[in-house]
Design a protein around this ligand. Structure first.
Ligand code: EPU
Length: 417
């Protein structure tokens, strides 16, 4: 199993090119199921999760090609097996995103229930509730959701809570439904907007993506389209926090600054100087960061996917920060690993009290989930001595060429095979 070895203590200098967004690419790949025409995508990141999704779609009969770096063409001329097997769903929860499109396209789907994961229970009841409101029958047997519907009907759906993939699944189901669907309390994440843009390019009629009420007027069929996946705002944020923690001057190219307001605000609070262009962000940091407290929330609030990285920063900041996690009930596992590096963190319920220490010390740590791993990389970059991070397959799921990008900024980081 691969590991990462980091020799900490160097500032970061230089430029990083941001990759396409994982959490935008995954639902958009599923949108290919909605048409028998080709969907040509650009800016698709090279990630394990993207390969897993490609494998899942291939198993159903979708032709997936990667003609050039970043390019991907998907064609679902026929969908012969509308099944998402347990073996794939258990490795990637986003597999559940095929449920809505399969129902819309084939009138049936068999999708494994995802089950819990390291960061929390993560049920899919809201996906199910919405599809049922649109006329689908869904029975759970032997760990699988067996869904069926002659043709989905538009409906008014009020989500009990804000769910990103839930909103995406229902939006993809609604585009081919009969009549209008209104999704209330919808997720406002930029990835939802990116998916809506792609669907609209395919001929869907969607209004309100990016607000909490999305209205979809169903159409008979969708066509192929070309779409460029948006920049990854979490990858961008991860490099920004790394620069703020390690110090130095870093420019992020190919970014979408307008999707990062909450993160940029926290970094400014910590003392970083930040300037933004149309598609670039520059950060400069000297001296020890100040503590930045935060509370995770659905977009445009502070992203739960940036919480571990900020905790790493707060571990070496001057002062005490309160970090409250409101989205997932078990997303503090990185705190224990950060403590192995000498961080002073105590957990009280869903709040972590982080008192910055003068310096962290390198140690062996274990990655527990994707964003936790990113937090550990940041901690390793600022720690004195050597940090070895085990189980970095988590990082490979969601960060393209992480060690190459950090090494280009002057970090001493290498993969041990
Ligand atoms: N929830 C329910 N019922 C549902 C759906 C969600 O109770 O039917 C709960 C969840 O358990 C959680 C909350 O609602 O407590 C929000 O979860 P959400 O459904 O929004 O999460 P998700 O769609 O499964 C996406 C991202 C995650 C990101 C979250 C929150 C993708 C593929 N994944 O997950 O990304 O943390 O939104 O922003 O878009 C990551 O990239 O590392 C990652 C975990």
């Amino acid at each position: 199993m691969d590991k990462l070895r980091i020799a900490g203590g160097r500032p970061l200098e230089g430029e990083v090119r941001v990759s396409g967004a994982k959490n935008s690419a995954l639902p958009i790949m599923c949108a290919a199921l909605l048409t028998d025409q080709p969907l040509a995508l650009g800016n698709v990141p090279r990630l394990m999760d993207v390969s897993t999704m490609a494998r899942l779609l291939s198993q159903m009969g979708v032709a997936v090609e990667r003609p050039a770096d970043g390019a991907m063409v998907l064609r679902a001329a026929e969908v012969n097996d509308p099944t998402a097997p347990y073996e794939l769903v258990k490795t990637m929860r986003a597999s559940v995103l095929v449920l809505g499109p399969l129902l819309a396209r084939c009138g049936r789907a068999k999708v494994s229930l995802p089950g819990g994961c390291a960061i929390g229970q993560r049920p899919v009841d809201q996906h199910v509730k919405g599809l049922q409101a649109m006329g689908a029958t869904i029975a759970v047997e032997h760990g699988y959701m067996h869904a069926g519907a002659a043709r989905l009907r538009g409906a008014r759906i009020v989500m009990d809570l804000v769910t990103v993939t839930g909103t995406e699944n229902l939006m993809m189901a609604a585009v081919l439904a009969e009549g209008a669907t209104v999704i209330e309390n919808a997720a406002r994440e930029p990835e939802v907007v990116d998916l809506a843009k792609c669907l609209s390019a395919m001929g869907a009629r969607i209004e309100g993506a990016g607000t909490d009420v999305i209205r979809v007027e169903g159409v008979r069929s969708l066509a192929g389209a070309a779409h460029r996946v948006m920049p990854d705002r979490i990858e961008t944020g991860t490099y920004l926090v790394a620069a703020a923690a390690a110090g130095g001057k870093v420019r992020l190219a190919g970014a979408a600054p307008e999707t990062l307001d909450a993160t940029l605000e926290k970094l400014r609070e910590a003392g970083a100087r930040i300037s933004t262009g149309d598609s670039s962000i520059e950060i400069e940091m000297s001296g020890r960061p100040g503590a930045a407290s935060l509370r995770t929330a659905p977009y445009p609030g502070f992203a739960t996917d940036m919480q571990a990285q900020l905790m790493a920063l707060d571990s070496i900041a001057s002062g005490t920060a309160l970090i409250t996690e409101t989205i997932f009930e078990n997303r503090f596992m990185h705190a224990l690993e950060l403590q192995r590096l000498g961080a002073d963190i105590s957990i009280e319920g869903n709040t972590a009290v982080v008192t910055g220490v003068g310096r962290l010390q390198g140690a062996n740590v274990m990655a527990t989930d994707l964003r936790a791993s990113a937090g550990l990389v940041i901690a390793g970059l600022v720690a004195e001595g050597e940090t070895v991070i085990d189980r970095i397959y988590h990082l490979d799921r969601g960060y393209e060429a992480l060690e190459t990008k950090f090494a280009a900024l002057g970090a001493r980081i290498e993969r041990i095979r």
